[in-house]
Every structure is written in C-alpha cells, then in structure tokens.
Write a protein that binds this ligand. Structure first.
Ligand code: GMT
Length: 376
C-alpha cells in the first residue's frame, strides 16, 4: 500500500507512535510518506520505503496568521497525486483531520484517497472541546473512512463529548519490545546513579498536564526513608519552574535534568521506578516504554493509564495529586527487593504480551483495508 502519514513531528507520544508505525509498515513492504512541517523526531535513520515531504507555509504581509491547515492540505494533495497514495493516516485530529478531509474532497476527481484518523488525547479531551474547534472535530470524524482511538477511555470520551455515530476502533499504542528492553549500560549507570541510591525517573514533554512538580514532591517524601535520585528526561514549558522548586526544596543534589534524549532504552533501564503523575493521559506511551524496559510505573489512575498499568502487578495507580500515596508506593517497592523484582518481570511481560508492535501493527493494516473497501 502507499500510505500517507500526518503527525506532529515534535516530542510527544502521538508523533512517536506515528513514526514507529511508519517504520513498522515500511518493514512490512508498504511505502510510507510522512507529510509534516519538520522531520519527525524518530525519523532519524534511513529505511527503505520511507519518504519525507516537508510542508512549507507561504508567508505574505497580509497573512498575519499561519495557514498551516491549508498548506498541509495542499501538500497532501500533491503527495497523494504523484505518489498515488491509497490511504492517508492522520494522527491527532486538530488540524490534521480537517486538512485530510479537505485534501480527500479535492482529490475525488483523481483516484481518491481514504482518510483514517487516529485520536490520541487532548485532541478530544481538551483542545477539541474549544467551542470553535468542536464542530470541526465532530465533522472530520464523521467524514473519515475510519477512526481509531488509543484506549477504551478515549473512545468513551469521544462518544460522550462528540456524539459521533462513526465506528471507532480501539487500537492501543505499542512498543517494539526488541528495542525497548532492559539494556544496562555501566557508563550510563555510573553517570546517573551515585553510590547505592535508587533512581526514580520521569520522561515527558514537561507540559502542565504532566504535573512534573509532583515528581519532585514524591522524591522529597521518598528521601525521608530511602536514598533516591530523581532523573528527568525531556524538556518543555514546566522545566524552569520545576528547577526552581527543586532548589527551593533543597533537592538540587538529588535531581538530574537530562533534557531531550534519544537513547531511551538505555536510560530507562537505569531506573528503578517510573513516575507518571499526570492530570490527563489517554494512554501514557512513556509508561509502556518504561514497562518494556522492566521498570514498574507509579502513576495517577487517570484516563487510559489503568488500561496500561496494572495496579499491584506492574506498578501502582493513585488519585490525582496524592503525592503522599505515590511516595508510599515508591518506598514499598524500593524496600522490598523481591516485590520490585516481581513487578519488574510483570511489567515486561505485560508490555510483550499485550502491547508489542508485532501484535498491534496488523490491526492498523486491517483498518486500512476496511477503509479502502469502504471508499470503493
Ligand atoms: O494529547 C496530547 O496532549 C498530546 C499527545 C502527544 O502527542 O503526545 O499525547 C497523547 O497521545 C499519546 C500517544 O497516543 C498518549 O500516550 C498520551 O497519553 C496522550 N496525552 C494525553 O492524553 C494528555
């Protein structure tokens, strides 16, 4: 199949997922054409059957606002016509589903293209609820040949908030467990761990919904019982305030900010516990990547997280903002080596048995095939 893939290229789960899906589809013999405004973060290695088309947004003094939605639609039309796309798979509805819809309508005189929209999270639970966007999201979902959501929770939220009758398939996010596996690097451990300290880790884009500062407060409580360090991976709007909080609480010597990193399996493998105290999370891809590296997850019982993290088995979930409880769960795991070992094994097993790339990618191929039949 000739597949067009539209996503956000920056750090963030939806772009990561789209890129990994593209790589997997290309390995399975499809041609995958990424159409985005910048090279996606994980499109960093050459692979047969993968192509990248950059969207350029024209500027003119009159055009005070960025016309990305239209520029993207124009680029999709161009790629679809000349690369003979069969399907166009857009990740995150805003504005990609609208651009995809526009392009598909304009392409109707040509061979046509089937539109598949994958919902990832705040396109439904936050941004899509903006009164000016809501009708556009609803319309574009109803006009897509297929819609998928990354968790049952997100599917239910979509039905509640958008009242759409369209069939929505839940296709959970996935991880390549041959890449994301425990791979302990001595050099990495030497750099991250001082002496016998345990490592708590958080990976995100530091957006407010991640509640990154809760991780610092958890560390503060954990350190009253156990020698532990907090390692932050990623960057974003909350980073400066978080650094300030670390200094205010006198934790400067016990927190490491690594910034954006690509060697995630090695870094995650150095962790003892992964923290995800988010306020919203339709899935929590970073938690799954940690689990694949045998790291138990302590998270909020929000959104789709409980579909990923099994409470009392692969980690623990707690109420939003209940820092004290999350700290207690950390202490419980870090002070019982047998329990920690059992949780590590269960986390890996769940990632392999439920969310491995080889299990999930064929589900997308089935959706593509159905969408093609539908548009035919
Ligand atoms: O929805 C967002 O704010 C952004 C989006 C992203 O691009 O990272 O995150 C969502 O998609 C991820 C991949 O499917 C999920 O793992 C995240 O849970 C989800 N984030 C939220 O729901 C806040």
């Amino acid at each position: 199949m000739q597949i067009g893939m539209v996503c956000y290229p920056t750090y963030g789960g939806s772009g990561v997922l789209a890129t990994e899906l593209g790589h997997a589809l290309a390995r399975r013999g499809h041609s995958v054409h990424f159409v985005t405004y910048a090279q996606p973060m994980r499109l960093d290695r050459f692979q047969d059957n993968i192509f990248y088309h950059e969207v350029e947004t024209p500027s003119y003094p009159l055009l005070e606002f960025n016309l990305y939605t239209l520029a993207l639609a124009g680029k999709i039309i161009d790629v679809a016509r000349y690369e003979k796309l069969d399907v166009l798979h857009v990740h995150y509805a805003i504005p990609h589903a609208i651009s995809g819809f526009l392009a598909r309508e304009i392409l109707k005189g040509d061979d046509g293209v089937s539109l598949i929209t994958t919902l990832h999270g705040t396109d439904i639970t936050l941004v899509g609820l903006e009164p000016s966007f809501h009708p556009l999201v609803k319309f574009s979902l109803e006009r897509s040949e297929a819609v998928t959501a990354v968790s049952q929770h997100l599917l239910e939220k979509t039905r509640q908030s958008f009242d759409v009758e369209t069939t929505i398939d839940v296709i959970p996010n996935f991880v390549d467990t041959t890449v994301y596996k425990r791979s302990v690097s001595d050099a990495m451990c030497r750099q991250l761990r001082r002496g016998d300290e345990f490592i708590l880790m958080h990976v995100s884009n530091f957006r407010p919904v991640k509640r990154v500062q809760d991780c610092v407060r958890i560390l503060q409580q954990v350190r009253q019982h156990v020698n532990a360090r907090l390692v932050f991976v990623g960057d974003g709007p909350e980073r400066s305030d978080t650094e300030r909080l670390v200094r205010e609480l006198g934790l400067f010597d016990h927190v490491t900010f690594l910034g954006k990193q690509s060697a995630l399996p090695e870094i995650l493998s150095a962790a003892d516990v992964f923290l995800l105290p988010s306020q919203q999370e339709s899935f929590g891809l970073s938690a799954l990547e940690a689990m694949a590296c045998e790291v138990p997850v302590i998270a909020t019982n929000i959104g789709g997280i409980p579909e990923v993290v099994r409470h009392g088995e692969t980690g623990y979930v707690a109420e939003l903002g209940d820092v004290a409880r999350m700290a207690r769960y950390c202490i419980e795991l870090l002070t019982s080596p047998k329990k920690l070992e059992a949780f590590r094994a269960s986390a890996r097993r769940r990632a392999v048995e439920k969310f491995d790339i080889e299990l999930i990618v064929p589900l997308y191929e089935q959706v593509y095939a159905r969408a093609l039949q539908r548009s035919a």
